[in-house]
Design a protein around this ligand. Structure first.
Ligand code: NAD
Ligand code: MG
Length: 398
């Protein structure tokens, strides 16, 4: 048994954050929470401090710090409370953290996740948007700083488990590997026609048939933008040419993804649709621990189904391959336009079936440039957000 591992948790109050705490709670002999961050839900942050006694807690604003400080001091006197970008970076690069769970949602996760990478940590990556926004830079930083990346996204964690291990623990499309088969449930609207999508409400879009997740990723699953982001994520994580990443629709979400080999073998990773499995896998890697997840009962499941993705009804998939072909800042623009459109939809300002049109308009309006610096990627992100807001207000207001 190894010594207790320090864990930094970025996005502790989210869906992935709570599942991570559940695995840590189950294994106090292995893991200690050293830092935790939250953006809102401050009462939950107090509870987390009371239970896990982290060294550092990060909340959103100075007002929150003032309001929470006495409460946190009362339940966890050893916890320092802070806010702001430097505090997020400090949580991500905490000296006692061996592993950093990057579970902030959206492009806001990029800077703190990069701080963990630059501190040479083992980074457990849930925040796929970081890789879509600035994949090349991100992966270069992982190499330069000797960080280790372990995917948390269930599909990428599955692919990681199915790929051969290369020197230094790397998992990539080595000789002998033919393709990555990225599975997707198809989301709540898998069988609906395009016309049936116009009246979809936020609550309908967030009611995923298999997975329970945060609201942004739930909408992404409904448009299949989540799978689109995951195609780009796989390209960077596994050094995979886009034409060797294929999407397979698998409604039961029992197989979490597969790797196809030249000899005809296809290796799949299966499990319950429960994020505690990939979280426990990455937290304990290379050991295997109990994740508190129900055992998979294949006889009870009975049948597994598979199908082709529909690029007509779900144009986000087509856009992902186009974005990869264009390269440069297109990823940042794609991600930012989606975030603005999804927020607009959740706030009732944009129709569900206009989300992809907004994204496509923004991609057309902003000329791609090579990404050579983080500032360059963030600048494209800002311009895309601005353009998306403009396009939504002028052309797609619902
Ligand atoms: P969520 O909305 O439930 O939680 C997001 C967390 O990020 C919260 O703790 C929130 O306080 C924090 N946060 C939000 N905005 C922030 C900001 N501007 N600055 C700092 N912190 C901020 O989201 P989630 O479903 O847990 O997803 C988190 C990430 O994991 C996303 O990138 C998502 O794509 C990825 N992911 C989630 C799942 C899942 O099952 N939920 C599966 C695979 C990948
Ligand atoms: Mg996923």
């Amino acid at each position: 048994m190894s010594a207790v591992r320090g864990v930094a948790l970025l996005g502790a109050t989210g869906s992935i954050g709570r599942s991570t705490l559940s695995v840590i709670r189950q294994h106090p002999e292995r893991f200690r929470l050293v830092s935790a961050t939250a953006h809102g839900r401050s009462a939950e942050l107090v509870d987390i401090c009371a239970e896990f006694q982290p060294d550092l807690a990060v909340c959103r604003t100075a007002d929150e710090v003032a309001a929470l400080e006495p409460q946190i001091r009362a339940v966890s006197p050893g916890t320092q409370l802070a806010q702001g970008p430097e505090a997020l970076a400090a949580a991500a690069s905490h000296p006692a953290a061996e592993s950093v769970m990057a579970a902030i949602v959206g492009g806001a996760g990029l800077a703190p996740t990069l701080a963990a990478v630059r501190a040479g940590k083992r980074v457990l990556l849930a925040n796929k948007e970081s890789l879509v926004l600035a994949g090349g830079l991100f992966i270069d930083a992982v190499r330069t700083h000797g960080a280790e990346l372990l995917p948390i996204d269930s599909e990428h964690n599955a692919i990681f488990q199915c790929l051969p291990t290369l020197a230094g623990g790397r998992r990539a499309l080595a000789p002998g590997v033919r393709s990555i088969l990225l599975t997707g449930s198809g989301g709540p609207f898998r069988t609906r026609s395009r016309a049936q999508l116009s009246a979809v409400t936020p609550d309908e879009a967030c009611a995923h048939p298999v997975w329970s997740m945060g609201r942004k990723i739930s909408v992404d699953s409904a448009t299949m933008m989540n799978k689109a982001l995951e195609i780009i994520e796989a390209r960077w994580l596994f050094e995979a040419p886009p034409d060797r990443i294929r999407v397979v629709i698998h409604p039961q979400s029992v197989i979490h993804s597969m790797v196809e080999y030249d000899d005809g073998s296809v290796i799949a990773q299966m499990g319950q649709p429960d994020m505690r499995t990939p979280i426990a896998h990455a937290l304990a890697h290379p050991d295997r621990i109990d994740a508190g997840v129900k055992r998979l009962d294949l006889a009870a499941i009975g049948t597994l189904g598979f199908g082709e993705p529909d690029f007509e009804r779900f144009p986000a998939l087509r856009l992902a391959y186009e974005v990869l072909a264009v390269g440069g800042t297109a990823g940042a623009v794609f991600n930012a336009a989606n975030e603005v459109a999804v927020a607009g939809f959740l706030e009732g300002r944009l129709r569900f079936d206009a989300i992809e049109s907004v994204i496509e308009s923004v991609l057309q309006a902003i000329a791609p440039e090579p990404v050579t610096t983080l500032e360059g990627a963030l600048d494209a992100d800002r311009r895309a957000r601005h353009e998306a807001a403009r396009v939504m207000a002028e052309r797609f207001a619902s």
